[in-house]
Design a protein around this ligand. Structure first.
Ligand SMILES: [Mg+2]
Length: 323
């Protein structure tokens, strides 16, 4: 695997005398300089926390995409959303983005759906068809049509857990019953006792929605691993989704840059795939970095400390996705 081209040494190789003002990443105000250099032909863009907050685009995001497209950038949305790729593009359109600017979108939900549908590798082929389905309620349940799965409510009948959401338990009748997080965790304990695997179709732990944090399925998956359960992580930070996105862009990974606001997911995943990365500080880590207003510039030493803590090393750091 190619190493991240950031040139940033791993924490273990940093000399003990490393000065505090060392800049292991390049700090940018916006992406203009990178776009004009034409160094990267493929742009793999995270959406929540980068392009929008779930309700509205961030200031400058729409015009920045348009300018980037004018430089011939092949843009792919790479998202841990548990929904299908088409839903992501529709959502972007409803928020005012022009879907034609993107080559396409790859979501965790899409990867999960395709793998369940194809069942062409040994792990998926051995899964079975009966599942406990953890899904959304207020945000809209995830449709399993076309997968030939049987949703069961009794753990005794389940062969695996499919985690799309954290608000409800899927019913065999096709609906979903609202369920509190702690009650879903009780179901996980029963599943762990039965040693059935979990597929997590959105590995995020939390997401930022209009500056509120919301618990995502990755939290359930982490809990399940703690209980001794086996988890198949179908999205960031697994490199599989980055490689798929670079392939969709039709650009070699060495000429791609991934833009994201989560060190653990976006930047770590790009590191794993050997893809350069740009860390947007105004998203999910804003509070940790002491940022209170949009566009506020993070302190380099705070970013450095956070990168070390997450063991995730961006090539570039910028306050928001703007020109
Ligand atoms: Mg994000």
């Amino acid at each position: 695997m190619a190493k991240c081209s950031s040139g940033f040494p791993s924490s273990s190789s940093l000399p003990a005398s490393t000065p505090d003002n060392l800049k292991p990443f390049q700090t940018l105000n916006g992406i203009q300089q990178l776009a004009e250099s034409r160094q990267f032909k493929g742009w793999l863009l995270d959406q929540f926390g980068v392009l929008h907050d779930g309700r509205k685009p961030y200031p400058g995001a729409i015009s920045t995409l348009e300018k980037l497209a004018n430089y011939g950038a092949k843009m792919v949305i790479i998202s841990n959303s548990s929904r299908r790729a088409s839903t992501t593009l529709e959502k972007l359109k409803s928020l005012g983005f022009d879907p034609s600017l993107f080559v396409g979108a790859i979501t965790s939900g899409e990867l999960t759906h395709q793998n369940l549908q194809r069942s062409d590798d040994a792990w998926f082929a051995a899964l079975g068809k009966s599942c406990i389905h953890m899904t959304w309620k207020d945000r809209g349940a995830i449709c399993l049509e076309g997968l030939g799965l049987q949703v069961v409510e009794n753990v005794e009948e389940a062969e695996f857990i499919l985690a799309h959401g954290t608000e409800a338990l899927g019913l065999s009748s096709g609906g979903a019953a609202p369920m509190k997080l702690e009650d879903l965790e009780t179901v996980l304990k029963e599943c762990a006792a039965k040693s059935i695997p979990m597929i997590v179709a959105n590995p995020d732990f939390v997401t930022v929605e209009a500056r509120d944090l919301r618990v995502m399925p990755g939290t359930l998956a982490a809990k399940y691993e703690k209980l001794g359960g086996e988890v198949k992580w179908m999205g960031k930070p697994d490199k599989i989704i980055y490689i798929a996105a670079a392939q969709m862009a039709g650009i070699d990974a060495s000429h791609c840059v991934a833009v994201g606001d989560s060190l653990h997911h976006d930047i770590k995943g790009a590191n794993a795939a050997g893809i350069s990365s740009a860390f947007v500080t105004g998203g999910i880590h804003a509070t940790e970095l002491g940022l209170h207003t949009f566009g506020e510039v993070a302190d380099d030493s705070s970013v450095h400390a956070l990168a070390l803590r997450y063991d995730a090393y961006p090539s570039y750091v910028l306050p928001s996705f703007n020109w």
